[in-house]
Design a protein around this ligand. Sequence first.
Ligand SMILES: [Mg+2]
Length: 435
Amino acid sequence: MKDFANHTQTRGEGRNIEITDIEADVIDGNFEWNIVRVHTDAGITGIGESYRGGGVPEVMEYMNRFLVGENPLDVERLFRRMVQETSGHGGTTGKVVTAASGIEIALWDIAGKALGVPVYQLLGGKYRDQVRIYCDCHAGEAFAVEDGYHEPAAEDAYAVEAYADEAERVVDMGFTALKFDLDAPYDNSPDPYNGRVSNSAMERKRKTVEAIRDRIGYDVDLAFDAHWDYSIDSAKRLADTLEPYDLMWLEDVVPPENTRAQREVARSSSTPLATGENRFRVHEFKDLLYDYGIDIITPDPTTCGGLAESKAIASRAEENYIVFSPHNVCGPIGTMACVHLGASIANFGVLEYHALEVPWWDDLVTTDQDLIQDGYIEVPEDPGLGVELDEDVARDHMLGDGQLFAWPTRSPSRLVRFGPVSLGPHTGGSEWSRR
Ligand SMILES: [Mg+2]
């Protein structure tokens, strides 16, 4: 086994920095937002965020084994090290990559703060001063996540006019791009498992899209998400049925694993097809991009491998003239990481915002004005991500009162969940042990 620890010792003045602790917490937003702080011996703390989901905070803190003592400025090498060190237990994909993504973002934040430049500058520079946001919307009471489970609302919440009302309200807020869910409980008839869309359900979807277009017109970009529900014949019929409504895209119409099926739908209709949020690292995107299995690629930078990996995916998309429009259901930290990424990518399209239901969404970070202004987020010029976590607001919304974990460099006031651990010398991967 090779030793992937730090072998480069020669740095300019002020750049000999060491990571001292990685600390994860969960914010209870409309999703569970997995946030991470990476502390250093230079007094700089980087903040990051990983896509939601159980197990991610545990894996983030597990990475203390490999990263404490490392120089956080080696962002790409440290991401590679996290993948390498955990490759035998899932590190090449899935939740381990998700956890590494949030840490990678925090490392960029540290690097920006240490060098006095915004993260977009480190990613290669700026194509745009503002990043365009699309608002993920839900008709009526049609969306709620409780304890990680999305329970559908009663069927009348999915009335056609409820969609049109919400679209009008969100456009009035200044957004110029929207997305709604187009899968609904009425898809359960006659059978929720075989992926077929009945004629009546297909017509109800068409009427829903028509009602929104009648209300907001065709100047607003409009996308719909189907959450991987349909058989290939129903997916093709749906894409075909919606052609007259000039959609920005139709998302995840077939299950995500089969690139050939995705391509079959994408190439059958003039409605643009989008997918990507289920895939990890650049390897899992190659077939989609090089075989034109998709029209718009939608990776989630907070789960697919962080900002550098996302930029690699975007480069391959650009090579094939495919637009890169990131999936995002994060709090403001993950969102601002995506803003820096969006600023630095030529083929960037729009960035998702999925927290309309959370009035304190951007209170989580220190900013004196709303982050989203008229459907755009300004690319920050302050060093790092350009925002800081508001610790008081974060504490008010933390799951478990912020006491999920206790690692040795923590305040002793934090409760112990897994039992205390001891940390050996900061040189390798095996010095962590439970007492
Ligand atoms: Mg989606």
